[in-house]
Design a protein around this ligand. Structure first.
Ligand code: ADP
Length: 341
C-alpha cells in the first residue's frame, strides 16, 4: 500500500513538471553516465595513490628517508676512517714496542760484560790481589763489588723479562732434569739464612718423608723459589714467620703433582689489588710504602716459569695477616722411598 502511495506522488509531480525538461534530463543521464562512473573510479584510484604516497612522505617531525640514508652513509665513512686511523696507530705502537724491547735487549746485553769486569776488579782489589790495601780501601772496594753485583742483578732481571716479553724463553729453551725438590728448596733457603736471622724471622721448612723428584729446569725453578721467598721475607715485619711446605697431597688425583706453599705472616695484599699481582711492574700500595726499591717483575717471571713447567700458581692473602703462595709441579715419576737405614 505504501509503495503505491509513493508512486502516485512521483507520477503526480512529473505530471506537473514540464515534459521536455524531464526528457532532457533523462537524455543527459543516459549520455553522461559512463563518464560519471569513469570519473568516480579514477577519483577513487587517485585518492588511494595519494594515501600510499603520503605514507612515504615525511610526516610532521619525521626526517625524510633520503636524508637518513645520507646520514647513515656519512657515519659509515666516518667509522671506516676511524678504523683506518686506529689500525695505523696500532701498527705504530707495535713498532715502538719492538724498538723499546730491542733497545732494552741491546743495552742490557752490552752492559753485562763491562759490569762483570768492574765487579771482578773490585773483588781483586778487596782481596789484595792487586797489591796491599788498607782496611778503608778494602771496605770501599767491597762496597763497589756489592753495588756492581746489584747492578748486574738488575740487568739480568731486565734480560729475563725481555726474553719473556719476546716469547723467547719458551719451554723449548729449558734444560729439564730430574730434580729432588726438597734439595732444591733447601739450597734456596740457605741463601736467606743471614737475612732471616738479622730480621728475627722464623723460617720453617716442612717436607715429606719421601723425596719428590720432578722433571724441572733447576736453574729456572731456583729463580721461582728465590723470588717467592724473597717476597715472603721482604714483606714480613721483624719477628714474623715464613713457612715453606713441600707435599705430594695431590698424588692420588688424575695428575701427579707436587705442591709447594710459601706462607708468611706479613703485610698481605689488599683485596682490591689482588687481580694485578702477576702483572709486570705491578706493586701493591702497601708494599710500595714498606719496601721502596722493588720492581714488580719477580712474580711475572715466576708465573712464566711455572707455566712453562705446566704447573700452576695461585695465592690467598689478607691484608695485615699474611700471604700464602701455592705452586704445583707435575711429577714425572712416582716418589722415591727414602732409604731409612
Ligand atoms: P717486587 O717484590 O719487586 O715489588 P714482585 O713481582 O716480586 O715484585 O711482587 C709484586 C708485588 O706483589 C709486590 O710489590 C707486592 O705488592 C706483592 N707481593 C708479592 N709477594 C708478597 C707477599 N709475600 N706479601 C705481600 N705482598 C706480596
Amino acid at each position: 500500500m505504501r509503495v503505491f502511495f509513493y508512486a502516485k506522488i512521483v507520477c503526480y509531480n512529473i505530471s506537473i513538471m514540464d515534459l521536455p525538461m524531464v526528457l532532457l534530463l533523462a537524455a543527459v543521464v543516459i549520455i553522461f553516465h559512463p563518464f560519471i562512473f569513469l570519473w568516480y573510479g579514477e577519483h577513487q584510484k587517485v585518492k588511494k595513490l595519494l594515501q600510499i604516497a603520503q605514507l612515504g612522505l615525511p610526516q610532521e617531525g619525521m626526517v625524510p628517508a633520503d636524508e637518513v640514508t645520507k646520514a647513515v652513509e656519512a657515519k659509515q665513512r666516518e667509522i671506516q676512517a676511524k678504523e683506518l686511523a686506529l689500525n695505523l696507530a696500532n701498527k705504530r705502537l707495535d713498532k715502538l714496542d719492538t724498538a723499546k724491547f730491542e733497545f732494552v735487549s741491546v743495552t742490557t746485553h752490552q752492559l753485562r760484560t763491562p759490569l762483570s769486569a768492574i765487579k771482578w776488579t773490585f773483588d781483586m782489589l778487596a782481596k789484595g790481589e792487586l797489591g796491599p790495601v788498607t782496611d778503608e780501601q778494602k771496605m770501599f772496594a767491597q762496597k763497589g763489588y756489592e753495588s756492581t753485583d746489584r747492578a748486574i742483578e738488575i740487568v739480568n732481571e731486565l734480560l729475563k723479562i725481555d726474553s719473556i716479553q719476546e716469547g723467547k724463553d719458551t719451554r723449548a729453551n729449558y734444560n729439564f732434569a730430574n730434580v729432588d725438590l726438597a734439595e732444591l728448596i733447601n739450597s734456596v733457603l740457605f741463601l736467606f739464612a743471614n737475612q732471616v736471622k738479622a730480621r728475627n724471622i722464623e723460617l720453617i721448612f716442612n717436607k715429606p718423608n719421601t723425596s719428590l723428584v720432578a722433571q724441572v729446569d733447576p736453574k729456572r725453578l731456583h729463580v721461582v723459589f728465590e723470588n717467592l721467598l724473597d717476597n715472603a721475607v721482604k714483606y714480613t715485619k721483624l719477628g714474623g714467620r715464613v713457612t715453606v711446605t713441600l707435599s705430594d697431597a695431590k698424588l692420588n688425583s688424575a695428575r701427579s703433582v707436587a705442591e709447594v706453599t710459601v706462607s708468611d705472616t706479613g703485610i698481605g695484599i689488599p683485596s682490591g689489588e689482588q687481580t694485578k699481582i702477576f702483572q709486570r711492574f705491578f706493586r701493591s700500595s702497601n708494599a710500595v710504602k714498606l719496601v721502596t726499591d722493588g720492581n714488580g717483575l719477580g712474580l711475572a717471571i715466576v708465573k712464566d716459569i711455572v707455566d712453562n713447567h705446566q704447573g700452576e700458581i695461585w695465592f690467598e692473602s689478607k691484608e695485615n695477616e699474611g700471604t700464602t703462595f701455592h705452586l704445583t709441579l707435575p711429577l714425572q715419576q712416582a716418589p722415591l722411598q727414602i732409604n731409612q737405614s
